[in-house]
Design a protein around this ligand. Structure first.
Ligand code: FEO
Length: 403
């Protein structure tokens, strides 16, 4: 892998991760993920963000450095915008190779460096408005951006080139290969990264949407020419595309999203599945787009993505041992954690010996600010009148979304 020139003295280094490991131990990355770091050169040299030792990422980074005649020992300053270990896991090894580099992070970031990596010396806490003079007219600035993605996060700004280094903000899943810039990818590739960006946002960032909006407001007056995140595409041709995309995603945490319905369903012996098909016939009658994911067969990462982008949900589950079908309990727990708020929702399901899902479900959604339409439950196999009611409910939900 070679370093990619962004502007004079500024390079993107990146490591592509291809693994069956889960990102954060939860989220699958079947198409990989990139870990981006950046070199900024004045008279002194700064490295912005690092990697974890994951599928050879430190070697990939070393190769990038070598392609521009550098090694880890040449780094004067290591700037850590964010301390999550995907960007810092290799910090102790870096320190062994380079004991003299000063490490810059927010005050909370420095505290995490001490607790995660037991590094006490050579730390410089920075705060909003602080700068780092690299010489030769290059002075970097820092803006704290708490909770994008963790409380210690900041972004780094280079006014001389207009590059904003944003770490997790404006990132996506998906490995980059040997290209990194937005103008190097075709339409199909952008469609792929857009979906991986949405999945990344829903999985990683959605809980912090209010902080995304604050961070964008804070940097709104900067003449940004390039957005350089630490996952995914580097936006040098059209940085506004990714900023606007993130603002759109952030707005979905407050209420209406796309005019579509996410159908999420589980079934033990097929009776709830028959009900789902009836609801879908009603949705199709109204011509509204929908997605359909079966749980637990399909991974929560994509279930969450579909739910986040849709204005309405159909949640279909049987009663299981006097309560909800357990995979749906897990889905609702994740929805609560990830702020799947403001949805229009229809719940349906079959019960066998006795009901129980209703009470369990209502307790689980109590704080989700959902607008629920009348639910539909039936014993065992759905009767003719149940099927008609389910079709009607599907159409009703679709009409509510259409407005
Ligand atoms: Fe890419 Fe929150 O770390």
């Amino acid at each position: 892998m070679k370093a990619q020139l962004i502007a004079e003295g500024i390079y993107c280094l990146h490591a592509d991760i291809h693994t069956d490991d889960l990102f954060e131990g939860i989220w699958p990355i079947p198409k990989g993920v990139s870990l981006n770091a950046y070199i900024v050169k004045g008279e002194k040299t700064a490295l912005i963000d690092l990697v974890r030792d994951w599928t050879g990422a430190p070697v990939q980074l070393a190769d990038c450095l070598s392609s521009i005649g550098l090694s880890f020992s040449n780094i004067d300053y290591l700037i850590l915008n964010h301390l999550e270990p995907d960007h810092t896991g290799w910090l102790r090894e870096f320190r062994e190779r380079n004991p003299r580099a000063e490490i810059l992070a927010t005050r909370k970031g420095c505290s995490l460096i001490k607790s995660f990596y037991k590094i006490e010396n050579g730390l410089r806490p920075v705060k909003d408005g602080d700068t780092l003079d690299l010489g030769a007219g290059r002075v970097l600035g820092f803006f704290e951006a708490p909770n994008v993605h963790w409380p210690e996060t900041m972004v780094t700004w280079d006014p001389s080139s207009g590059v904003l280094f944003t770490c997790d903000a404006f990132g996506s899943f998906g490995a980059l290969g040997d290209r990194v810039f937005d103008d190097e990818f075709g339409q199909d590739e952008h469609a792929f990264f857009e979906e991986e960006c949405l999945r990344y946002y829903a999985n990683i960032v959605s809980s912090f949407s209010a902080f995304v909006e604050k961070a964008v407001q804070k940097t709104a007056d900067l003449p940004i020419k390039c957005v350089a995140p630490s996952h995914g595409i580097v936006w040098r041709r059209d940085p506004k595309t990714i900023i606007d995309r993130y603002l759109k995603y952030a707005s979905w945490a407050k209420g209406p999203a796309e005019k579509s319905i996410a159908v999420i369903w589980g079934s033990m012996y097929g009776n709830t599945g028959i009900g789902v098909n009836a609801v879908i016939r009603g949705i199709e009658r109204e011509g509204l787009p929908y997605t359909k994911r079966r749980i637990p067969d399909e991974n929560i990462s994509w279930v969450l993505m579909d739910a986040y982008k849709s204005s309405a949900l159909v949640l279909a589950m049987p009663t299981y041992e006097y309560a909800m079908f357990p995979p749906m309990s897990y889905v609702l727990d994740i929805f609560r954690r990830k702020h799947i708020y403001g949805k229009k929702v229809l719940r349906i399901g079959s019960w066998g010996w006795v009901g129980g899902a209703k009470k369990d479900y209502e307790a689980a959604i109590a704080n989700l600010k959902w607008e629920s339409i009348e639910s539909c439950e039936w014993p065992g196999f759905p009767a003719e009148e149940d099927i008609k009611a389910l079709e009607k409910r599907g159409a009703e939900l679709a009409r509510m979304v259409k407005g």
